[in-house]
Ligand binder design. Sequence first.
Ligand code: ADP
Ligand code: GN1
Ligand code: MG
Length: 365
Amino acid sequence: MEKISEKAEKFRFEGNLVSAEPYGDGHINDTYALVYTTGDKKRRYILQRMNKSVFPDIGTLMENVALVTDFLAREIEKRGGDCERETLKLIKTKDGKNYFVDENGDCWRAFLFIENTIAYQTVDSPEIFEDTGRAFGVFIAGLADFDASRLGEVIKNFHDTRDRYRKFNDALEKDKANRAAGVAEEIEFVKQRQNYCGLITGMLERGEIPLRVTHNDTKLNNILVDADTKKAICVIDLDTIMPGSLLYDFGDAVRFGCSTAAEDEKDLSKVNFDINLYESFTKGFLNGIGDSITAKEVENLSYGAIIMTYECGMRFLTDYLDGDNYFKTKYPEHNLVRCRTQFKLVRCMEERLEEMNYIARKYTK
Ligand code: ADP
Ligand code: GN1
Ligand code: MG
């Protein structure tokens, strides 16, 4: 608390700090919820230490976040919405900067806490998930007018699955943590499906699907749902906003939300792909994105889901082989457990491919 209060002092927060607690379930940044009071008025803020090893260029990242949140706030204002609730609002440092670098070189930033919302860790109801789909669709469609050339590439080749495969192979060859022998089955799983790697990147390169401004990390806990209306109101975690494919955003949301269990469920018999939730999400997403989606993208939505799940499982496996340097882990096998849930989901989706394609067509106007 003492240390956090020192960081908090650097920001334009209103009132007196009464508490600071670790908050949320993100795998990347260290997030704190801070409570401030002025008289009997209470206000909360989010303070985050950004992950420097994941994001080597924090300056570019914060420039992206500031550009996108400003753009979204203007759009929300135009339609008469609430720009302190429907997009993240950065709180500047006392010297007017987007973030603050402390004496250890750690970078801190702050947002208004969006009150009376829920960041779901698993899907609670098909209706809410459908609305989440709509909100992500609206989010991508809304960014169509945003000039992508203004955004820096915060993580190079973030969803280039071919590059992820190269990194996986690298980690396997080095076998730094001496773990490869214990995961032969998972390694085989990745290798057998290498043909997935070039599918989306290939379509982008050949111009068959458009390069868009995408979020790139659309898991359910990166969208806030209003606790009363149960409407998805705000897309958060804008760190990876970059040029990309709509298939990444659709796919990543499905990967996380259509699972019947948590991303780190140890009992694989509980992990299944819920096709009904897939239908709900797809319906909402296609509704939200409207005419912006192309026929080729619709045709490949199911592959977006499979490939993003495959890629994520491969990333967990790579990190496991590498000795757990990237994702936050709570125990030594954590990344392996996560990898296994993803691969189980890939298998389930492969079995339901026809139905997934049918659903995408069904909700296309
Ligand atoms: P990470 O990159 O580590 O996932 P996030 O930016 O997603 O970090 O934040 C982690 C969690 O903190 C989110 O899942 C959400 O629960 C909560 N959170 C983040 N920003 C806000 C906000 N402005 N208001 C309320 N909750 C927030
Ligand atoms: C990370 O930051 P968070 O927890 O929302 C990761 C995503 C992965 C996800 C897996 C910057 O997301 O790419 O899909 O974990 N974010 C980054 O749960 O690597
Ligand atoms: Mg997050």
